[in-house]
Design a protein around this ligand. Structure first.
Ligand SMILES: [Zn+2]
Ligand SMILES: [Zn+2]
Length: 193
């Protein structure tokens, strides 16, 4: 038995194209959808099991990547957007009508300030960076999406796709957050190598 990880990856990863330079994303509304346009490809695209990232119905994971804030603009339907949780670090701007999250933005001092979080499955274009890893895998147990005994099977399925699994973010992103905090606290150590 295989799990519905996410429609974008259930049947294997589709590699992105190196020179892909962005496209548009639209919400699920049949009439006057919210549309945003991205002038760059995503980076750090990954499967995320956290409870906050938007997931298509039935999927255990979200697929989420980042773009520089400067490459994102809302092309239509801005009046339908609202912020899901004003208190969250990532302010997720979603469509009031269909509930799809169009982009997440950080307004506070944070390692990822300046990056917007987006879901490329909302695009009809091909060439977006394929997912690179799976984050917050154990969180899907908390949400009742799988039984605890199934976690290792989910990890095996992700690894079979070529996605390393983590129960936080990937080491590179965790290091980026920790470096930011060290700098802020004046504790950043210089390499002696
Ligand atoms: Zn919508
Ligand atoms: Zn998440």
């Amino acid at each position: 038995m295989s799990f519905n990880l996410h429609p974008l990856i259930n049947n294997g990863l589709k590699k992105g194209t190196d020179d892909f330079s962005g496209g548009s994303l639209h919400c699920h509304c049949k009439s006057s959808p919210v549309t945003i346009s991205l002038s760059s490809n995503v980076a750090h695209n990954h499967a995320c099991g956290c409870s906050k990232c938007w997931k298509p119905s039935g999927a255990i994971f979200s697929i989420v990547g980042v773009v520089p804030r400067s490459s994102l603009s809302v092309s239509s339907g801005a009046n339908k957007l609202y912020i899901v949780d004003e208190k969250a670090v990532i302010q997720r701007h979603a469509c009031k009508e269909c509930g799809v999250h169009m982009f997440g933005r950080i307004e506070t001092e944070h390692a990822f300030h300046g990056l917007d979080f987006v879901h490329v499955e909302l695009s009809d274009e091909k060439g977006w960076q394929e997912p690179q890893f799976a984050a917050f895998v154990s969180s899907v147990i908390e949400q009742g999406l799988i039984a605890p005994e199934q976690a290792d099977k989910v990890r095996a399925q992700l690894k079979g796709l070529g996605l390393e699994t983590y129960d936080a973010l990937s080491p590179g992103l965790m290091d980026a957050i920790a470096t930011f905090v060290a700098k802020k606290n004046g504790a950043l150590r210089e390499s002696k190598l």
